[in-house]
Design a protein around this ligand. Structure first.
Ligand SMILES: Nc1nc2c(c(=O)[nH]1)N=C([C@H](O)[C@H](O)COP(=O)(O)OP(=O)(O)OP(=O)(O)O)CN2
Length: 286
């Protein structure tokens, strides 16, 4: 017998890609379990499948930076903060933080399929009674219109969002003069795509001016000391913490001032949640 649970939870992570650099990702998580039925007619109670899988992922890869140890130009060192990851290609980056903020993986490149197979093996080490095989499945949300991926850290967050390099893949919707604005959506999603969103107050060293200069962002949070240094051109600096409420407001203010027309923005933080900013009245004509 095979049991399945679709959309069991989401994973929100950043990962180092040898081609694109630091990118955010949000994946739907599903699971299939093979095994024998018990006297209760069940293979494993759905009410227990979900917390069992979710607790492993929440205390593992969720809200971490996924680090492919065999990626070209990538190295890992111990440091006073915990561990330090350095990269050279496609651009130089250094990130430091407590160990729990990183998931080290013995590959050249991270893919959702590899990660799913890896955590299927981890879960299979201590399977629930009667469960003989476990297959996790990770996939992107299907998004037909504009979307972007970004990475950030929220130093005031009490949970794992304080980690300086975690990220999301997010929809972006914009309304003006009574209708959706697909061209604006694509243009602004493109501006944000694969960027690191910086809170201005957290900049410890702004480096030399110009796009090739490096920004250093540093803060102390409940889990420890965090630091990331990466090219200024990969960053977008915001005057506020990079919560989705502030991202939505930053977008609606910026788009309104550039297009000289009031807009309402729906910014997502990963899958299925986010914030609106701007007047509701621009969503309807008249
Ligand atoms: N009102 C807000 N709350 C939170 C924000 C935010 O911007 N505005 N941001 C975060 C974090 O950035 C975090 O990445 C969001 O992760 P989330 O999926 O909510 O975290 P959990 O893993 O705790 O949620 P699950 O439902 O367990 O996946 C947090 N809050």
């Amino acid at each position: 017998m095979t049991l399945f649970v679709n959309n069991l939870t989401h994973l929100d992570v950043s990962l180092w890609c040898p081609h694109r650099g630091l990118i955010g990702a949000s994946w739907h998580v599903g699971v299939e379990l093979d095994g024998q039925l018990g006297e209760d007619g069940m293979l494993f109670d759905f009410g227990q499948v979900k917390p069992w899988v979710k607790s492993h992922l929440d205390s593992g890869p969720d809200h971490t930076l996924l680090v492919p140890l065999e990626a070209p130009g990538l190295s890992v060192h111990d440091c006073s903060e915990g561990i330090c990851i350095r990269t050279t290609t496609p651009y130089p980056m250094e990130v430091r933080g407590p160990r729990q903020a990183f998931t080290l993986l013995p590959w050249k490149e991270v893919t959702p399929q590899r990660l799913a197979d890896h955590y299927s093996t981890v879960l299979s080490r201590r399977p629930p009674p009667r469960v003989e095989a476990i297959r996790l499945e990770l996939h992107d949300e299907a998004i037909e219109d504009a979307a972007f991926t970004y990475s950030h850290g929220l130093k005031h967050h009490e949970g794992n969002c304080q980690r300086i390099a975690h990220g999301h893949r997010s929809r972006l919707r914009i309304w003006a003069q009574g209708s959706r604005q697909p061209e604006l959506e694509s243009a602004w999603a493109e501006r944000l795509h694969d960027r690191y969103l910086v809170t201005e107050d957290d900049i410890a060293d702004a480096g030399p001016p110009g796009p090739r200069g490096q920004l250093t962002i540093r803060y102390k949070a409940a889990q420890g000391q965090f630091q990331i240094r990466l090219p200024r051109e990969r960053c977008i600096i915001m005057p506020t913490p990079t919560t989705v409420e502030h991202i939505a407001a930053w977008l609606s203010d910026g788009i309104t001032s550039e297009s000289e027309s009031e807009v309402r923005v729906q910014a997502f933080e990963g899958i299925g949640k986010g914030a609106f900013s701007g007047p509701r009245s621009v969503m309807a004509n008249g």
